[in-house]
Design a binder for this molecule. Structure first.
Ligand code: ADP
Length: 211
């Protein structure tokens, strides 16, 4: 399979609804030697002082969102954006382009130094954001809804209602399945999932001459 981007390495988009096992699959890809870039990790660090995103958020929302030490008061910002849709749009308009840019620029920069073959981009909103179009291959991790609810309750210590609410606001698994090139079913054990990741990695790993 030839890559369609000109980055020099194969871009694989990995997604899945909350509790599907996406992070677990991403870890396995990393163990196998793929470079893994997480949109959530970048988004978490995006508001740290010193980033261009920090500067833009402070100029958009004002210094009243700052704590005495200069850090953004994330709880306060969350309250603002969750109670006002136009503010939420404003924040997303700053955050999303930053995250996308960092995902690809981090990978391109690492590629210059390490010359790897496969980068896995762990992106919860892969299809919703349209970023799937920039990938050579897309993978969705999918699990039964009841299983996802149980995992999220255990992992995040939230109620069944909260877990269900988080699941219901996302694109349904059925739709992701239809859009993805590959589906990793994760209704068995973690070992089962890892075996499926191993098999898929073998399939996706480019031949020496292909890169
Ligand atoms: P996501 O990133 O899709 O939200 P995670 O990979 O974090 O999901 O998995 C959610 C929780 O379920 C984690 O605590 C993880 O260890 C656990 N988990 C994932 N897959 C399995 C599995 N096949 N069997 C048991 N627990 C699992």
């Amino acid at each position: 399979m030839k890559q369609k981007n000109s980055a020099g390495y194969r871009r694989i988009g990995l997604t899945g609804g909350i509790g599907s096992g996406k992070t677990t699959a991403a870890k396995r890809f990393a163990e196998l030697g793929a470079k893994v870039y997480s949109a959530d990790d970048i988004a978490r660090r995006a508001l740290d002082p010193g980033t261009s995103c920090y500067d833009r958020v402070v100029s958009a929302f004002g210094e009243s969102i700052l704590l005495p030490d200069g850090a953004i008061d994330r709880k306060r910002l969350a309250r603002i954006v969750f109670s006002d849709e136009s503010k939420r749009t404003l924040l997303n308009g700053i955050l999303h382009p930053y995250v996308i840019d960092r995902l690809f620029s981090d990978a391109d920069q690492d590629f210059q130094a390490e010359n790897f073959r496969i980068a896995v981009f762990d992106i919860p909103l892969l299809f919703e954001s349209g970023l799937d179009a920039q990938m050579d291959t897309t993978i969705v991790v999918a699990s039964d809804t009841e299983t996802r609810i149980r995992r999220v309750i255990e992992r995040d210590g939230i109620s069944r209602e909260q877990a269900l609410q988080r699941i219901l606001v996302q694109m349904p698994d059925e739709e992701k399945r239809l859009r993805a090139n590959y589906v990793l079913d994760n209704d068995g054990s973690k070992d089962d999932l890892c075996r499926r990741v191993d098999a898929l990695y073998e399939l996706l790993r480019p031949e020496e001459s292909n890169v």
